[in-house]
Design a protein around this ligand. Structure first.
Ligand code: ADP
Ligand code: MG
Length: 220
């Protein structure tokens, strides 16, 4: 369960403020996060993931008070609990598809890169239709294929929470559906919580809940 209470956050040196009095998201919920550009959707996801730290209030994720953890524990929490899919894919072009999927394991001591992880990475690539492309660099993939690499990377540690920040923002409708299917299939099978920022109002009925970020952002 995600529980937010009396949350208050302002960027240092910035003027954007995000405030939420009370918000609960039950385990296994699929939620779309909507709201105009600049309303604080990315900021909100980063607060939940422990990338940003609130000035006041609490964020509890699966019984962990994220806002109360020190830097190192907060990073570990994020690595183990949260799979993040980015709008801009965030793939490294000097690494192969397979190594991009394995990236979290290569850069963090909190995760062990055992043989079974490599096997699972290949299985995931296979499942999303990239089985024959794992040796390629991302630049030799289509946009949709690149985003599928991003999804595989997010799913590899088997996270109970999956966050996707406009994951289909750069994709055509058919490819968007394919990427959304992957996120929903995972959430359904794993019983994971799925939070997806989206501007695509034609697909909102796929989600259990729609959260409007509009009222969260304030300008002092
Ligand atoms: P959204 O994802 O809904 O488009 P964001 O959460 O990215 O909105 O941004 C919300 C507001 O915070 C915007 O006005 C943006 O300019 C501002 N903002 C984002 N990142 C920073 C930062 N690092 N420092 C200062 N202001 C920021
Ligand atoms: Mg954003």
């Amino acid at each position: 369960m995600i529980r937010i209470a009396n949350l208050d956050f302002t960027y240092r040196g910035g003027d954007f403020r995000l405030a939420i009095d009370d918000l609960v998201i039950e385990d296994g919920t699929t939620a779309a996060v909507v709201g105009p550009s600049g309303s604080g959707k990315t900021t909100w996801l980063h607060l939940l993931a422990g990338i940003l730290v609130p000035d006041a209030g609490s964020i509890v994720v699966n019984d962990v008070e994220v806002s109360g953890l020190g830097d190192r524990r907060r990073r570990e929490f994020r690595i183990r609990q949260i799979g993040m899919v980015f709008q801009e894919f965030e793939l490294l072009d000097h690494l192969s598809v397979l190594d991009n999927i394995l990236l979290p394991y290569r850069i963090t001591p909190a995760l062990d890169l055992e043989e079974q992880v490599r096997v699972r990475a290949r299985d995931l690539a296979e499942r999303v239709g990239l089985g024959d492309k794992v040796r390629r660099p991302p630049r030799r993939l289509s946009q949709g294929e690149r985003q599928r690499v991003g999804v595989c990377r997010a799913l590899l540690p088997d996270p109970p929470l999956l966050f996707a920040d406009e994951p289909t923002g750069n994709l055509d409708p058919e490819t968007s559906d394919r990427v959304l299917d992957l996120l929903f299939d995972y959430a359904g099978e794993r019983g994971a919580t799925l939070l997806t920022v989206t501007h695509d109002h034609s697909r909102l009925d796929r989600f259990d809940r729609v959260l409007d970020a509009g009222p969260w952002g304030r300008r002092p």
